[in-house]
Structure formats: structure tokens, C-alpha cells
Design a protein around this ligand. Structure first.
Ligand SMILES: Cc1cc2nc3c(=O)[nH]c(=O)nc-3n(C[C@H](O)[C@H](O)[C@H](O)COP(=O)(O)O)c2cc1C
Length: 284
């Protein structure tokens, strides 16, 4: 099992020592044009999680490619670039400019922008025509049948899935006003974990594609639960804000968590090779 960061939860240039604990670094989502993002406050704490309404703030494709990507390469880590946009052509155009990275993650699921996107399968198909790099489709569990979306993006040429993005939610402040200027935001952190485990489980059943599981992972035990539900690799998001040492800690905790649960992790170089015990079916 490899440990990645969840997109948008780590600035590798500001905190290279955190990034170097990872097996691969995933960038913040890049859109064709620069975006300031939403007005502050854009972050709020909730019970068992946090809300963010960053709104895909990023320098835009041109500056990302010219300034950020070359500096990220200096970290010496395998890189995943998270690509966003507002129509299939936006995504496909960015994909044509990407090379020398390990994979592209297509952010098909940001809850913090108002623009309606083309369908997930349409976007994946457009990107598939422009690049041979592995394409990971990042989906939201907000869809009533996430497995159906997973099947559609698999048929359109996705090589893997990243599951899950945040879920739209609201928090109120002491005076009962929305805590975020935008009103709603994306819920992340431990509150998301059961939803994410379900999504990983049904999408694994539906497609058999490699899955990067994320959503509230804080411990080695959490990571193991994602593996049992079908994730090959995992990503750490919200936990990085409170514990920058989480990648190393979670990696260390994995072994003990597996022993305690009576399962064995066999690393075959591709991720988690499941032992017979971990192959047991997890009910959808
Ligand atoms: C502050 C913040 C910014 C995020 N930005 C992005 C982003 O740019 N692109 C994306 O695909 N997901 C983004 N996400 C979602 C995370 O990548 C991840 O899917 C989600 O937070 C669930 O994982 P977690 O509970 O471990 O944080 C963001 C999450 C947070 C908390």
C-alpha cells in the first residue's frame, strides 16, 4: 500500500519535509485559468471533521506548468497532477500539456464551485484521447449510485479511481450564521470515513480498478479498513493539518493494525497484495 496526500491538503513547496514522507505527491487541482477561490472564511471546524470552501484557488494552468511543476519535480517524488475544469475540453487541454509525471487525477467532484461540469464519463473520454498517462477519476459519494459513475468512467478509459471527495455540508457559528462566507462547503475528516469505505467497497466490486482510498484516514487502522474494502493505495488529507508527521506514523501503525486484526499485508510493489483473510467480502 502506498501513501499519498489528498489533493489540496498539502503545499509540497512550503512543506517539503512533509511531502518527502509520501510515496507520491498529488497537486492541488489545476484549472485552465487562475482562480482566487471563494471569499474568507473558507475553513470551519465541525465535530469529527472540517468544512472547506476554498473554491479551487490555484495559479492556473500556464503558471502551474511554467513555475510550480518544475519546482515540484525537484522534490524527487513521483507526481500526480490533479486536473479540474468546467467542461471536457478544459480537462483535455490540460492533459495534453502533462508529461513526465506518474498519473493524472481528474477532479470530477469539487463541491465548492457553481459551474456545472460535463458528465464524468464525457470528461474521462476526452482526456483519454489526449494522453497515455494513467488517468484516475476522482469521484464524489454525493451521487446516489457512485458505483454506476465508476462503471461509466471505467468504460470511458479511466485507469483508476480516487475515492472520495468532500461532501457538501453546512456549519453554523455561535450566532447561528453560516460559518463559511459561501454558506456551504465540503465536509472532510473522520466524519467522512464510513461514507468513503462504502464508496470504495461498491466501486471496487463494480470495476476492479485500482483505487486510492481517502476520507478521514488518521491511523494505520483506518488505512487498513480502506484496503479491506478494496483500496490499493490511500491518501491523507485533513489529518495533515493537525499532524504533519501522519504519513510516517500511519505507515508505522499499519503493520501493528494488521497483526491485531489477524491479517497480513504483503507488498508486491504494486500496493497491497491481499492475504486470504483480507479478501473476505465487505457488504455493500
Ligand atoms: C482544504 C481542502 C482543500 C481541498 N482541495 C481539493 C482540491 O483542490 N482538489 C480535490 O480533488 N480535492 C480537494 N480536497 C478534497 C481532498 O482531496 C479529499 O478528497 C477529502 O478532503 C477527503 O479526505 P480527508 O477526509 O482525509 O481530508 C480538499 C480538501 C480540503 C480539506
Amino acid at each position: 500500500m502506498r501513501i499519498l496526500n489528498a489533493s489540496g491538503c498539502l503545499d509540497a513547496l512550503a512543506a517539503p519535509e512533509v511531502a518527502r514522507q509520501l510515496d507520491a505527491f498529488v497537486t492541488k487541482t489545476v484549472t485552465p485559468l487562475p482562480r482566487e477561490g471563494n471569499a474568507p472564511p473558507r475553513i470551519a471546524e465541525t465535530a469529527h471533521g472540517m468544512l472547506n470552501a476554498i473554491g479551487l484557488a490555484n495559479p492556473g494552468r500556464e503558471r502551474f506548468l511554467a513555475e510550480h511543476l518544475p519546482r515540484l519535480r525537484e522534490l524527487g517524488l513521483p507526481l500526480w497532477v490533479s486536473v479540474g475544469g468546467f467542461c471536457a475540453d478544459d480537462y483535455a487541454e490540460t492533459c495534453t500539456h502533462l508529461e513526465g509525471i506518474e498519473a493524472i487525477e481528474l477532479n470530477l467532484s469539487c463541491p465548492n464551485v457553481d459551474e456545472a461540469a460535463d458528465s464524468a464519463a464525457e470528461i474521462v473520454a476526452a482526456c483519454r484521447r489526449t494522453t497515455e498517462l494513467p488517468l484516475f477519476a476522482k469521484l464524489s459519494a454525493a451521487h446516489p449510485d457512485v458505483a454506476e459513475v465508476a462503471r461509466a468512467v471505467a468504460a470511458a478509459g479511466a485507469d483508476g479511481l480516487s475515492l472520495i471527495n468532500t461532501l457538501r455540508a453546512v456549519a453554523l457559528d455561535r450566532l447561528l450564521r453560516p460559518a463559511l462566507a459561501r454558506g456551504s462547503g465540503g465536509l472532510s475528516g473522520p466524519a467522512l470515513k464510513p461514507v468513503a469505505l462504502h464508496a470504495v467497497s461498491v466501486c471496487h466490486e463494480a470495476t476492479g480498478l485500482p483505487i486510492v482510498g481517502m476520507g478521514g484516514i488518521e491511523t494505520g487502522r483506518d488505512a487498513l479498513e480502506f484496503a479491506v474494502c478494496g483500496a490499493r493505495d490511500i491518501a491523507l488529507g485533513t489529518v495533515l493539518f493537525s499532524d504533519p508527521g501522519a504519513p510516517t506514523r500511519v505507515r508505522e501503525e499499519l503493520e501493528a493494525a494488521a497483526t491485531e486484526a489477524g491479517v497480513v499485508i504483503v507488498d508486491d510493489g504494486k500496493g497491497l497484495a491481499k492475504s486470504p483473510e483480507t479478501q473476505r467480502k465487505v457488504p455493500a
